[in-house]
Ligand binder design. Structure first.
Ligand SMILES: [Zn+2]
Length: 217
């Protein structure tokens, strides 16, 4: 079954574009708090320096009404895809994009999802170019409160090609992920013995962007 990849409606697109535009004209990367946070880490600085260009080429889609697989959407790291990580390839092929937001049924079972995620992104460009696609949760309760930090967070995925955290199949990986790129505690590593505040990486990464004055919300 080929599945569908659904564009935003014009009104949804204008909402998304207004948030991108507000973030760009806010020049948050230029303030002392945000810029000192970015420059604490060379990898972080390198990725943030590409934000404007990446936002310019970004294509936003209706994630809630897209049911191509996460694999076909490019939501798998280049290393996992090209290195033949069969566990992760299997997970991505069995997960539709909308399955990030909604409970769904794949060929094996029903998978429960709480519906709170605001967006998800392509990690590599399937055609060989840069990653461009961001899939937004168009449920009005979520889309209506879409934040600048969420869009920055998603764009950092397309720039870096990194997951939020390591997938379950790669718990021992020493590769960077977006949580540690943002200086967040890593579950099972820096958090040993202390309840880790960042089990749900997606929210923590966006909050870190906002906490460091790199967006208005
Ligand atoms: Zn993320």
């Amino acid at each position: 079954m080929p599945g569908v990849k659904t564009p935003l409606t014009p009104l949804q697109y204008l909402t998304y574009a207004a948030i991108v535009s507000a973030w760009t004209s806010g020049n948050y990367l230029g303030n002392t708090f945000c810029s000192s946070f970015i420059n604490q880490d060379p990898n972080r600085a390198a990725d943030f320096s590409q934000l404007s260009a990446a936002l310019y080429r970004q294509l936003a889609w209706d994630g809630l009404n897209t049911n191509i697989s996460s694999y076909d959407a490019g939501m798998i790291s280049a290393a996992d895809r090209n290195g033949g990580n069969q566990a992760q390839i299997g997970v991505c092929k069995a997960t539709p994009v909308c399955g990030v937001f909604l409970t769904y049924r794949n060929q094996y079972r029903k998978v429960h999802v709480n519906g709170k995620a605001a967006a998800t992104s392509q990690l590599y460009g399937p055609g060989g170019g840069p990653a461009t696609d961001v899939y937004l949760n168009t449920d009005p309760r979520v889309f209506g409160v879409l934040k600048e930090s969420t869009i920055v967070h998603e764009t950092l995925h397309s720039i870096s090609g990194l997951y939020d955290a390591w997938p379950e199949s790669e718990q021992i990986s020493d590769d960077l992920n977006l949580e540690n790129l943002m200086g967040l505690p890593v579950p099972g590593k820096q958090c040993q013995g202390i309840p880790c505040p960042c089990k749900k990486g997606t929210v923590c990464i966006s909050v870190a962007i906002w906490n460091h004055f790199c967006s208005v919300n």
